[in-house]
Design a protein around this ligand. Structure first.
Ligand code: MG
Length: 158
């Protein structure tokens, strides 16, 4: 059995009139993230980390934003589809560690719900799913609240 690790990154722009969804959990905020799907930047980073660990391409290749099937898509469903793909290639997920880079709102009140939501979708114990958050300290697109980003690492075994 060999272990492999993958990296994922994503960012989305804030826009009015959208829900803010992170790890499948709706977070209260005056704006949400723009995107073809539900723009769940955290789930997207995790999907890319999983695909990266398995060397199976990237999210844009599997779920193109030109495909009407994915308009408004629930990104947790995309995560479950990704898991099935890994499973078909003999990979199982060991753990996921992610950081959301967002100026506001504070995610600490949501952290446990987000971890539980992702753990359910990933078929992992909650203690195998780590979600952290950090601010942009006023710098860059995150600091100016133009958007939010997420980084994720995933380890799989085959
Ligand atoms: Mg995305």
């Amino acid at each position: 059995m060999s272990a492999r690790t993958g990296l994922g990154y994503d960012c989305h722009r804030f826009t009015a009139g959208r829900r803010l969804v992170l790890g499948g959990v709706e977070v209260e905020h005056e704006r949400g993230l723009a995107g073809h799907s539900d723009a769940d930047v955290l789930s997207h980073a995790i999907i890319d980390a999983l695909l990266g660990a398995a060397a199976l391409g990237d999210i844009g290749q599997h779920f193109p934003d030109t495909d009407e099937r994915y308009r408004g898509a629930d990104s947790l469903e995309l995560l479950r589809v990704t898991l099935r793909l890994l499973d078909q290639h003999g990979f199982s997920v060991v753990n996921v560690d992610a950081t959301v880079i967002i100026e506001r709102p504070k995610l600490s009140p949501y952290r446990d719900a987000i971890r539980a939501s992702l753990a359910r979708a990933l078929g992992l114990a909650v203690d195998a799913v780590s979600v952290k958050a950090t601010r942009g300290e006023g710098m860059g697109f995150v600091g100016r609240e133009e958007g939010a980003a997420a980084l994720a690492l995933a380890t799989v075994t085959q």
